[in-house]
Design a protein around this ligand. Structure first.
Ligand code: TNX
Length: 542
């Protein structure tokens, strides 16, 4: 007698197959990766150090938990990630502090993995869990940003998106940056942008692992940071902007809010007070700062766009104003400003400008740079300046920001200073894309997306030792930029390319594969409401 009733039925092989199939499916939830999930895995910007897909898919569901392991800042990153994933999914995604074997979990934990360094991460996507490990919270944070890019573009929606399978292709990513400095600069002096705009700017740059926000806080047209010991800098010098609009400034409390928001995105704020030139806003605020008769300021009549001494300036010329190195009040002013700025800036750097001081005598200029250096040091910070400061007495604590001159870059390197690369004809994002672009300028070049991507910091200036290169930074000057829409149009799509230049290994960067990856970002940007330039150089997917 048989215990298997179907043995005699003649259907034995069929039943067995059904039985086995059921066993297989009940134990193994594996699902082959969709073409879209694979495409997202292959389209990450900046290109990771190494990626390998294993063919299946993890699905984020209402059961998924976010597990934050022990350690400094891990919880903060877990909460950030949950906050990014909740609106579109509508899932609860509880953040749990437990050691979990973790099915249905995104697990963040610290590890000891020398190769990953300070900022690197490993992201392992399996059928039933995602695990991000790193040596520090910042590495976990960049891993979390990568995970956003692996999820469907709809994850960026601010409201619940029904009927979306929140799928991530399975596989492993190991990733860490090539350069420690991946910067973006915003000029809030020519046109002022408020705290909410800056936060939005941080959201945008952070997705691509930019870790420095350089704020150009003063220029001829406006002074944008409250200095309590010199209140007229903002009361008078902050009142206008290019074109004559209202201008504005950050109170120290608002600045702290920006710095805090940046810190939660693992971004360091580098504040710049531009001196000794680009200083008209301070000169109109305090008459005693105006240079004595020995400074030959070109008469306004010779250059009609320039202001008379003592007038606010709303034009866009550069290089007509200067502080006077011979006045005692000049250094009282500089000491007070840098002391207050250092006190509200947790990051290690103060940027003293130093560019285009066309009416400062060379000897005076060098004397200024050397005094700036001592004052910044006395306030416990490291000095950064635009490339012209290479003429001063530099040392290895100083960082020089290259924007134009190979000679200054070499001079800085010869003095042992470190370098940030911001070559104007590649990464000045205020440069127009082509002659039809309405926003922006073109004094350095028209910069299409491909040109902006095709250069390398290590070979930009022959004779500069690679060990001195801190990284790259893309400045965005705002003479022509009034709204966040304007900013977005010049940032996108070039900024992700700058981010990749700073992050990805040289051998992982080439325009042909990059443009395909870039093309796959546009749908996400549309969902995020980013006003980007639809460059004809890129085969946009949408
Ligand atoms: C040059 S390059 C400047 C800025 C202008 C910019 C416009 C440099 C350090 N200074 O003052 O805003 O060009 O593109």
């Amino acid at each position: 007698m048989s215990v298997l009733p179907f043995k005699l039925s003649g259907f034995y092989p069929v039943h067995l197959l059904t039985f086995l199939t059921l066993i297989v499916f009940s134990c193994d939830r594996s699902k082959p990766a969709s073409p879209q999930a694979k495409l997202r895995f292959e389209s990450i910007i900046p290109n990771p150090v190494s990626t390998s897909m294993s063919g299946n898919m993890f699905t984020l569901t209402d059961d998924t938990r976010i597990v934050a392991g022990a350690g400094n800042g891990v919880d903060q990153v877990a909460k950030f990630l949950a906050g990014k994933l909740r609106p579109a999914t509508g899932f609860e995604l509880p953040v749990l502090n437990e050691e979990s074997s973790g099915k249905d979990a995104v697990i963040l934990s610290l590890a000891d993995d020398k190769e990953l360094g300070e900022e690197g991460y490993e992201l392992v996507v399996s059928d039933d869990q995602i695990k991000i490990t790193a040596n520090s919270a910042v590495g976990l944070f960049w891993g979390a940003q990568t995970l956003r890019l692996l999820l469907p573009d709809e994850i960026e929606e601010k409201k619940v998106v029904a009927n979306t399978a929140w799928e991530v292709a399975t596989g492993t990513i190991r990733d860490y940056p090539r350069f420690e400095w991946r910067g973006s600069m915003l000029d809030v002096a020519r046109h002022f942008f408020g705290v909410e705009d800056i936060k939005h700017f941080i959201d945008l740059i952070s997705l691509y692992k930019i870790n420095i926000l350089h704020l150009h806080l003063s220029d001829d047209q406006g002074w944008r940071i409250e200095i309590k010991s010199w209140p007229d800098l903002t009361e008078i010098g902050g009142r206008t902007q290019v074109g004559g609009g209202d201008g504005g400034y950050y109170t120290q409390e608002q600045y702290a809010e920006i710095v805090g928001y940046a810190a939660r995105h693992f971004i360091t704020v580098v504040p710049e007070i531009d001196m000794p030139g680009h200083i008209n806003a301070a000169l109109v605020s305090y008459k005693e700062l105006n240079p004595g008769p020995s400074i030959n300021r070109e008469p306004a009549s010779a250059r009609p766009d320039r202001p008379e001494a003592g007038e606010v300036y709303t034009g866009t010329e550069v290089g007509f104003s200067t502080l006077d190195v011979k006045k005692e009040v000049t250094f009282r002013f500089i000491n007070d400003v840098l002391r207050e700025l250092a006190a509200i800036t947790p990051g290690p750097y103060l940027h003293i400008g130093g560019d285009e001081a066309a009416v400062t005598k060379k000897a005076d200029y060098i004397a200024f740079v050397n005094r700036f250096k001592d004052i910044v040091k006395a306030n416990g910070k490291k000095m950064i300046g635009w490339e012209e400061i290479a003429q001063g007495d530099l040392d290895s604590t100083i960082t020089v920001q290259h924007w134009h001159s190979q000679q200054y870059a070499r001079m800085a390197a010869d003095k042992g200073a470190r370098l940030i690369f911001s070559p104007a004809e590649k990464v000045y994002l205020d440069m127009q894309y082509d002659s039809t672009t309405k926003l922006g300028l073109h004094w350095a070049a028209y910069i299409e997306v491909d040109s902006s991507y095709m250069w390398d910091p290590a070979t930009r200036v022959p004779g500069v030792d690679a060990s001195l290169i801190l990284g790259v930074e893309a400045p965005l000057w705002s003479e022509t930029l009034v709204t966040m829409n304007d900013i977005e149009f010049l940032l996108f799509p070039r900024l992700p390319g700058v981010a990749e230049t700073g992050w990805s290994p040289r051998e992982k960067r080439d325009w042909e594969t990059y443009k395909a990856r870039l093309a796959n970002q546009s749908r996400r940007w549309n969902i995020m409401g980013i006003n980007f330039y639809k460059s004809p150089k890129v085969p946009w997917a949408y």
